[in-house]
Design a protein around this ligand. Structure first.
Ligand code: FAD
Length: 336
């Protein structure tokens, strides 16, 4: 028979939110167990920052730090206070029973008094030749203008943004602070974005909209042993004509997908898959003793520092929920 593990707190996910929750929970003697994820092509332990080079906007690192170094330091700090780590995914949860029951990809069953979900989100990519390598190696392809737009690499260059929603408008407008010109490439002849955001983009003197156009591939050249973007091969969706647009950077803004499929039917999710928090200022979900933090709840800020902040909040809430009697106190309150 498989052994059932019994835990006070299980944290699912190992990005800034998960590790920060673990640091706070471990220091509060909750002996957290972190499922850091099994790893796949698009998701690895350590989270999204493992796919980036320099992080320049996380406070405390005046010279910047690489995403990998930063996440290794988070992990080490969590371990220092006794966090235990299992390198597997949680693939199934039963949140209708108490304790909550979690099943891992390695076949482990865990019963938990409290759970913090910090499974993050993934940027959607175009999936065209050249894109992945340049995104991974800091060669000029990114999915986050706020994260990367201010890097010297992108300054005073002609940059491209792909997308047609509010996020794409935000990214294009933000990049006008650094770029010589921003090409906003959209596959249709009208934006999906709200009217006000679309107007702001359309009226901006530095933004040129390239309608009815899809990116077919990203071209690059080798500079000091590293590849850097030189242009985009694009195709007009109406005429079928192809051309090359010379650009010094590509920002893909076609949306994100939160890693919450395994929670369906167990917890309140928005239509977009993000976890809904009944009280927007707190990290408690609609299931008692289950909290959520980071990009799996946040479809707006999507930053390492905000993910870490909400990880801290979730851990404090879990600790206080247990200290105030946990499920028994909730049941008593419901009866009285
Ligand atoms: P994530 O970092 O997404 O981590 C989630 C973790 O959960 C992953 O480890 C994953 O393996 C794990 N997981 C998922 N599902 C399961 C499961 N079922 N079971 C177990 N584990 C699971 N932000 C900045 O502030 N500055 C930057 O410079 C910056 N640069 C970026 C560059 C890139 C290329 C990208 C993609 C993002 C960047 N961001 C940056 C955004 C930042 O990375 C995210 O906001 C942040 O990582 C979110 O943290 P998180 O803990 O919520 O989730």
């Amino acid at each position: 028979m498989t052994e059932v593990m019994r835990e006070k707190l299980v944290i699912i996910g190992s990005g800034p939110a998960g590790w920060t929750a673990a640091i706070y929970a471990a220091r509060a003697n909750l002996e957290p167990l972190v499922f850091e994820g099994a790893g796949s092509r698009t998701m690895i332990p350590g989270g999204q920052l493992m796919f980036t080079t320099d992080v320049e906007n996380y406070p405390g690192f005046p010279e910047g730090i690489t995403g990998q170094e930063m996440m290794m330091a988070f992990r080490k700090q969590a371990e220092r206070f006794g966090t235990r780590i299992i390198t597997e995914d949680i693939v199934k949860v039963d949140l209708s029973s108490y304790p909550r029951v979690l099943t891992s990809s390695g076949g482990k069953t865990v019963e938990a008094d409290t759970v913090i979900i910090a499974t993050g989100a993934n940027a959607k990519w175009l999936d065209v030749p050249g894109e992945e390598e340049l995104a991974r190696t800091g060669g000029g392809v990114s999915a986050c203008a706020v994260c990367d737009g201010a890097l010297p690499f992108f300054r005073e260059k002609r940059l491209a943004v792909v997308g047609g929603g509010d996020s794409a408008m935000e990214e294009a407008l933000y990049l006008t602070n650094f770029a010589s010109e921003v090409l906003l490439i959209h596959r249709r002849d009208a934006f999906r974005a709200s009217q006000i955001m679309a107007e702001r983009a359309l009226e901006h003197p530095k933004i040129t909209v390239v309608w009815n156009t899809v990116v077919e591939s990203v071209s690059s050249r080798e500079q000091d042993g590293l590849k850097e973007i030189t242009g985009l091969r694009v195709k007009n969706t109406v005429t079928g004509e192809e051309e090359t647009l010379e650009v010094g950077g590509l920002f893909v803004a076609i949306g994100h997908k939160p890693n919450t499929d395994f929670l369906e039917g167990q917890i309140d999710l928005k239509d977009t898959g993000y976890i809904r928090l009944p009280d927007g200022g707190r990290m408690a979900t609609n299931v008692q003793g289950v909290f959520a933090a980071g990009d799996c709840v946040d479809d707006y800020y999507r930053q390492a520092v905000t993910a870490a902040g909400t990880g801290c909040m979730a851990a404090l809430e879990a600790e206080r929920w247990l200290a105030h009697g946990g499920i028994e106190a909730e049941a008593g309150a419901a009866v009285s």
